[in-house]
Write a protein that binds this ligand. Sequence first.
Ligand SMILES: [Zn+2]
Length: 359
Amino acid sequence: MTTTTPIATHYEQFLHLLSGDTEDSGATRGTGDPRDTRDAAPGRDVLPARYGERIDASGATQAIVMSRDEWILNQIDLTLALGRLLGEDDVVVSAVPYELSFIGAEMDRVIEMVGASVISVGTSRTICPMERLLALIEQYQVTALVCAPSFAAELASLALARGQRPQDSTIRTVVCVGEASSTERLDRIGATWAATTTTLYGTPATPTAAVPCEHGALHLCEHRLRAEADGHPRGELLLDGSPTGELVELRAAGSGCDCGSANRVLVPLGSTAAALPGPHGLISAVDVERIAFRQTALTPHFACTVQDGAFHVTCAVTEAEAPAGGALAQAIRGEIGDALGVAAEVTVVDAKDWSTATS
Ligand SMILES: [Zn+2]
């Protein structure tokens, strides 16, 4: 990175904020490091800072209030992780949810803290539709995209449809958030943009729950979160005892990654509602994705839903490959059955028809 000064400066300010010596908060900390909240003084960590909402398993909207400590500590962990990937020379597009969520505001602050410039476009596509975003990328020589894998795939597809070559754009980093994805598909997205891909992991209530190390593995922020999986080797993620609706695998420190981090590795597998029982345990859409992307002809698009106890998978190929789509779908269906022991309906469409095929 070009310099660490901006991070250090903001980090100091944050630590001062957390030190608890402000006038309205006389509480003190049990340890010397304010990042360690496990033995925080009672009540100190509940000062509200932000309001957000999440959708629960029944589809109802639930309010979430984040305390000031949580809010700042989430930002510090994300800043330290992104500081390894981005620097002062980066121009970053943040295409993550902003309205009634935490991740958009957090991402803005973090990008500023690492010293990079940010263009916040959100995900509503009203003020900044994808066509406009492509123009902004060119005009401002954008070097990094922060978005869901599906968004990166769709943007590349639109660029291609407009006669542009995403691999020749100025984008060199794609930071994937908000959607569990297999390494295989992330590699396909990276190849399409000729960029390095990395992932972040959070939930609506905890926008930064795991951050990537230099090897790309997601390590849990265990210095401030108590994480468990309701099952082994995979199960629903519980954060500080609360179910998240997210299926994960948690791997012991040292066995999931050899970077030396003392924090366990988390492998996101999508929502528990989108998983099905297989012969040896739960099968997720990420497992299905991993099998599908063995096919080199696929573009980075991918959709997988669960209907009537079966996976319904939609993949896409380029126009030139479209005539072989039926045979390809059959091959993918066979491989999913052989590798995972579950049934899947597979459709392969021309990438230019993606939005109508999956809407
Ligand atoms: Zn690691």
